[in-house]
Design a protein around this ligand. Structure first.
Ligand SMILES: [Zn+2]
Length: 405
């Protein structure tokens, strides 16, 4: 289904800024070389609120087939531990430490990797997530979870059954929703008068400056700046009272929202740094940069292959599939990729049919180069390989431009 109205403000002036052609659903790793459906992958910016969003809305992406488990990624899990500790400390400091333990709703709870820290501290947590597999794991961890997408209707039901929420958490979930407006309407419905909302999203300016076109895939429907996020929340009477940039997923933005506006320096300094995004012309170079990236990567792989050298992949992240699919790279150029997640090992990348092997395959097969598809963890991957001396070759980073390091 092609979107014609903005996901956040409803305005009907969406301008195409990037067309990556047809691509399969990035998280649909296949059991063999079975064929998969391809959908248009086009990015547009709203001329009204500047929210960048996908034009194609593929339905039912986060149901039973959704295979992303937060706990499977050690760096992400460590990140959640630090983040949850910040949230716990903040609450503890409230009212001189006398504040009662809050009722928390986590939207997009996934397998409970973040909220388990809150339940361990005695907080009452209700999870919401349409992805059945991860939600079952959250349940096993003692986090009651409603297996549905969050929106105004569900918020109403939760409010009636459990009462209002003191804290609402939505980490890396607003990117995935069909209607940003409906989610904020739900938050408005459910939040107590003096409640607080923690939201983290991937940060659009980092994506643009880093040329990270592979972050565009069908599961990522919305891309936020502080400006567009503030505007979407404000439409429902919610105000950003704190904002910080973090290093998750190649650059993220964490904000705190409340019902009352407070002018804080952290908010205005990030906000001022985004003035350039107000001009829709800034997006026009994206297509050309994507095409140059594709050309360089294909040339690099072709030269190495012609010289008889083998390039393998590292990681089987969703974003890797945008890159592989857009560049038309299959098992001829990249005979295999490796991944730490046992859930992905033994499967194939969707549409491009590249087998996913365990990380130990690098030591056994010793390829000449490793193309790091999970480039946001590149430093850690290269450090680990150097420490254990399991792989003696060189690395290729695909983003912002293909480079051998
Ligand atoms: Zn808009």
């Amino acid at each position: 289904m092609k979107r014609t109205n903005c996901s956040a403000c409803g305005y009907n002036d969406l301008r195409l800024i990037l067309d990556l052609g047809l691509s399969p659903i990035a998280d649909n790793y296949t059991k063999d070389d079975e064929s998969v459906t391809h959908y248009p992958l086009q990015l547009a910016v709203c001329a009204g609120c500047h929210l960048v969003q996908l034009l194609e809305v593929v339905p039912d992406l986060f149901g039973s087939g959704y295979s992303f488990y937060s706990s499977a990624s050690a760096p992400l899990s460590a990140y959640h531990t630090r983040y949850a500790s910040d949230v716990l400390n903040e609450w503890h400091l409230r009212d001189g430490g006398l504040a009662r333990k809050p009722f928390v709703v986590e939207i997009g709870v996934n397998d409970g990797d973040f909220s388990r820290h809150l339940t361990q501290a005695g907080w009452r947590v209700l999870g919401v997530d349409p992805a059945l597999g991860p939600a079952e794991v959250a349940g096993m961890r003692g986090i009651e979870t409603i297996v549905k997408p969050f929106g105004r209707n569900l918020a109403h039901e939760i409010h009636a059954q459990h009462g209002p929420a003191d804290v609402i958490v939505a980490n890396h979930v607003l990117a995935h929703v069909e209607s940003v407006s409906d989610v904020f309407a739900g938050v408005d419905e459910l939040l107590t008068h003096d409640g607080v909302v923690y939201v983290e999203v991937q940060y659009l300016p980092d994506m643009l400056l880093n040329n990270a076109i592979d972050l565009v895939y069908h599961e990522h429907r919305n891309f936020f700046s502080l400006t567009s996020l503030r505007s979407a929340a404000r439409n429902h009477g919610l105000y950003v009272v704190d904002a910080q940039l973090t290093d998750r997923q190649g650059g993220s933005l964490r904000v705190k929202l409340r019902r009352k506006s407070e002018a804080l320096r952290a908010v205005s300094s990030i906000s001022n740094s985004e003035a350039w995004l107000a001009d829709t012309n800034v997006y026009l170079g994206l297509q050309g940069r994507a095409e140059r990236l594709r050309e360089r990567l294909l040339r690099l792989l072709m030269v190495e292959r012609a010289a008889g050298r083998v390039v393998a992949g590292y990681g089987a992240p969703a974003k890797g599939n945008t890159l592989l699919s857009y560049c038309g790279i299959d098992c001829r150029q990249l005979p295999y990729t490796v991944d730490k997640s046992p859930l992905k090992v033994g499967l194939f990348t969707p549409g491009t049919h590249i087998p996913v092997l365990p990380v130990s395959a690098l030591a056994e097969r010793r390829p000449d180069y490793v193309l790091i598809l999970a480039w946001n963890f590149a430093d850690e991957i290269m450090r680990q390989q150097a420490q254990h001396q399991t792989y003696g070759g060189r690395f290729i980073l695909p983003i912002p431009q293909p480079t051998v390091v």
